[in-house]
Design a protein. Sequence first.
Length: 301
Amino acid sequence: MSETKRLVTNAQIAEEFNTSKSRISEWSKEPSSGFPPVHHTEGRTQYREYDAVAAFFAARAKPQRTLPASVLEADQDELLGLRQVAEVLDVKPTTITAYRRDRPGYFPEPDVEDGDGPQWRRGTIVAWTQSRPGKGRRTSKPAAPLPEIDVDGDPDELLGSEYAAAFLGYSSKASFSSALSQGRIPELPEPKVRGGLGGRGGRKQWRRATLIAAARERGTLPSAGDEDLAEAAEAAQMLGYKDTDSFLSAVAHGQLPELTEHDAVGARRGSAGAPRPRRWRRARLEAVAERRRAESSTTED
């Protein structure tokens, strides 16, 4: 099985976990905070492993809020309209409307949306309530982690939105669903829909092969045949630089003229807006490394 670790920038951490960049900076400077270390940097952008970040915030999360037993024990598949959902959450309907308008990806997308307006299954609202942040300055409990990416599985297997979110680099199923509903994923064909009413509100599914193709087109998976490409961190190690920044600085200042032009860009880290790292063929890097060793040997003589 091929697994790809999900990396996130400080900006993405701040957005998903409802914190601030300055707070992240404070945690980073304080070893006792337990905040995950930097995985690698590209320019001034730092990347950390998503799983470690999620575990950090989970440990800091406040206890889950509870709902009345009458809500938890009722039919979880029953569809609730906007006013009914507001009653369950003890808020005004306009509050939910504001969530959907002003905070894309925060509130779950409707399970059904037709002539009667948006409707959610009771279970959808219960799950969201148990994982949403508390009031005031929020330290959020992260959403359920997305499944691991497996590019070697059955290409015809049908996979749901949580897998599509993982393949396409979204931080959560909710943010993927929001982008999909707004037509911002042109690489992804229409899904097969199972269940629901009249074909609406059912479970959306795509073939694994379809998701892999869309991810490669989008840049969240490397293209087929890219196994011989290396990103800046590996290139720095191959050429004897102390870190990624030193290597990228050398490239930018023309100290490695053979590598000024990169061969490809790698998979995006996190959501669609994240930077795509440059990649070089290992054969080119090995040739440059050999030249540097020869020059070093000549200098020593």
